[in-house]
Design a protein. Structure first.
Length: 118
């Protein structure tokens, strides 16, 4: 099973700038929020070049989730400690709890893109 692989994304440096700009200007930014997501229609509207370049390598961008993490410590093994490494598997949300933020499709791939202070 392949757990990860590198992708070549055209215009990466410009996409990084656009993603950071959208992060702060989308109206959802708050230093108190750890994560929030944007559905595909919003991403297509505000980041059309990113959607286009993902499509050019065979990927449909369905959802964009920004998340913030604190510094981590590899020696911490208590999963409830905020310094523990956070690993998760994307999956479809429970259909009984759909909201505007829920994933209403079964995620196939998740691409993590570090943007700041990485």
């Amino acid at each position: 099973m392949i757990y990860s692989k590198y992708l070549h994304i055209s215009n990466w440096q410009q996409h990084q700038k656009d993603l950071i700009s959208f992060y702060y200007s989308s109206g959802n930014y708050s230093p108190d929020m750890w994560w929030w997501c944007h559905q595909d229609d919003e991403v297509k509207q505000y980041l059309p070049n990113l959607v286009r370049d993902f499509k050019s390598i065979g990927l449909d961008l369905r959802q964009l989730i920004y998340f913030t993490t604190l510094s981590k410590d590899l020696t911490v093994t208590d999963h409830e400690d905020p310094l523990a490494i956070f690993i998760h598997q994307d999956s479809q949300d429970n259909p009984h709890y759909y909201t505007d933020l829920d994933t209403q499709f079964d995620p196939t791939f998740a691409i993590n893109i570090p943007l700041e202070n990485c």
